[in-house]
Design a protein around this ligand. Structure first.
Ligand SMILES: [Zn+2]
Length: 167
């Protein structure tokens, strides 16, 4: 299980193991914002399993080169939800189509269901009157890889804290 770490100021900073998150909390470096239903059982005892923690002090993010964009990474960032209709998504779409010069970038790629992908084809959102549900950007875990783990999958509890994260 993994825990989303928010910088003081609520900026998503990283993803760590839940054990590491509990250590941060026990050392009074962070406080728990969200917990999972099942506790974390360790030799020292049983603890509420944190899914989101907030650091007490602001850490200057170690800005590195952005992580690579891939179909899998975009689907993971968008929690496998279609950027247009919210249905389950297993394809990615170029918001500005490649045929019109749209790049394969974090800000131009979104998760998309097959139905919307087919309906949109190579048209622009303005042509269709469609809107994006969220503004696509570099996810926190791609901006700050470094010593942090990368998440296997986004936790639903994180979404409220991750929406609107841009590069
Ligand atoms: Zn859709």
């Amino acid at each position: 299980m993994r825990t989303l770490v928010l910088n003081a100021g609520f900026e998503p900073l990283a993803v760590v193991s839940d054990r590491r998150a509990v250590v941060l909390v026990l050392r009074s470096r962070a406080r728990v914002l969200e917990v999972a239903e099942d506790p974390l059982v360790a030799p020292a005892g049983s603890f509420p399993r944190p899914t989101v923690i907030l650091l007490d002090r602001y850490i200057r993010p170690n800005r590195r080169r952005p992580g690579p964009v891939s179909r899998r990474a975009v689907l993971r960032r968008d929690a496998h939800r279609c950027a247009y209709c919210g249905a389950g998504a297993d394809t990615v779409d170029h918001v500005r189509p490649r045929s019109r010069g749209g790049p394969s970038s974090w800000t131009n790629l979104v998760a998309c269901c097959r139905k919307c992908n087919h309906a949109k084809a190579d048209r622009l959102l303005e042509d269709l009157g469609w809107k994006l549900r969220v503004k696509p950007g570099e996810p926190a875990w791609a901006v700050h890889p470094g010593p942090w783990d990368s998440p296997g999958q986004l936790d639903d509890a994180w979404l409220a804290y991750l929406s609107g994260v841009a590069a």
